[in-house]
Design a protein around this ligand. Structure first.
Ligand SMILES: Nc1ncnc2c1ncn2[C@@H]1O[C@H](COP(=O)(O)OP(=O)(O)OP(=O)(O)O)[C@@H](O)[C@H]1O
Length: 329
């Protein structure tokens, strides 16, 4: 029985690895055959993107459910049992602003993760790609609040996200922001502790220890990107525009904080909300983790239940160049 379980459809194109210890996880287990059929044999036309960590395909199951399948190469030394138990644990999380992880499949040297399909793709394209239709301010604010509540939920469930960034916010059919589980959460990312360049909290570079406050830092970078419509770190030449912290502080010092906003918004914005997002972004990206708010506070500020503390742009820890910025310069 054990041997038979180890390899299903041996030597066929549907071959997969299935071991006895996975029996408890059968509700979360997809057969390779089902995923192969759903993605039309992982056809090029179904390819959604290829990133450093894997390849993602769109698919449709026999139940008509639309899915996204992420194919990831597994390192030989990977602790597969631990990884699968993490996947199953993450799959049990439920929040309307999370991309639901439906399950997994395993082949030799390869893991396939199955998610709900998000028809509008990721936010990266909408915020930074001039060719994509722009998001209105009310859409942006709605998405920000959704992502904040999802991150708060993760922290309440004692999970860290570890890789909050625009590319990990996907949009569903109603343009709700859904936080995607990057591979960093499973520890299979090639850079498991650090997340993505530009969103990494400065202390993480030194300690390598992910924390809720490091997630808050990355969320702060994302807030500034939402309001400014630009990537957190750019190299446009002017020192005040090197990153969004210096850009927003520069505008604030000149008495025109909301002048930092995305010019593509034109007249379509609510000054009070942009101001909250910019100020909260600065509060979250402070150098010292203890100075950053918790995600519970972030949600209260965004929902207008709490009033943001005043923080002048020359407050130590925000506008001064930090070793982190020097590293990246
Ligand atoms: N559930 C999904 N529905 C629709 N598109 C998706 C889904 N998941 C990923 N994609 C798309 O597939 C492409 C690759 O996604 P992937 O998550 O691998 O990228 P990434 O965020 O850079 O990787 P990672 O988060 O693992 O570092 C992106 O264009 C992304 O928008």
């Amino acid at each position: 029985m054990g041997a038979a379980l180890r390899s299903m459809y041996a030597n066929s194109k549907y071959e997969e690895v299935r071991e006895e210890w996975e029996e408890d996880y059968s509700p979360q287990r997809f057969s390779y055959k089902a995923l192969y059929k759903a993605t039309k044999g992982f056809k090029e036309s179904e390819l959604l993107g290829t990133e450093a960590n894997g390849t993602v395909y769109r698919g449709k199951l026999s139940s008509n459910a639309h899915i996204a399948v992420k194919r990831v190469a597994l390192d030989a030394e990977q602790d597969t049992k631990h990884l699968v138990s993490q996947i199953v644990g993450i799959g049990k999380l439920r929040h309307k602003n999370l991309v639901q992880l439906l399950g997994y499949c395993r082949r030799k040297g390869e893991l396939l993760l199955v998610y709900d399909y998000m028809p509008y793709g990721n936010l990266d394209d909408f915020l930074f790609n001039e060719e994509k239709p722009k998001l209105s301010w009310s859409q942006r604010f709605h998405i920000i609040k959704g992502v904040a509540s999802a991150l708060l939920y993760l922290h309440e469930q004692i999970f860290l996200h570890r890789d909050v960034k625009a590319a990990n916010v996907l949009l569903d059919e109603d343009l709700n922001g859904r936080l995607d589980f990057g591979l960093a959460m499973f520890g299979t990312n090639r850079n498991p502790m650090l997340g993505s360049v530009g969103y990494v909290a400065p202390e993480l570079i030194i300690t390598g220890m992910p924390t809720t406050k490091a997630d808050v830092y990355s969320f702060g970078a994302l807030l500034l990107e939402f309001a400014c419509g630009r990537m957190f770190i750019e190299h446009p030449g002017k020192p005040e525009e090197f990153n969004l912290i210096s850009w927003v502080c520069h505008c604030s010092k000149r008495g025109n904080l909301i002048g930092a906003r995305d010019a593509r918004l034109e007249g379509d914005y609510v000054s009070k909300e942009i101001e909250i997002v910019l100020k909260l972004g600065l509060l979250c990206v402070q150098y010292n983790p203890e100075d950053r708010p918790s995600m519970a506070q972030v949600v209260s500020y965004l929902e207008g239940k709490d009033v943001l503390p005043e923080m002048p742009p020359d407050t130590p820890g925000i506008s001064i160049p930090t070793p982190y910025h020097e590293v990246l310069a």
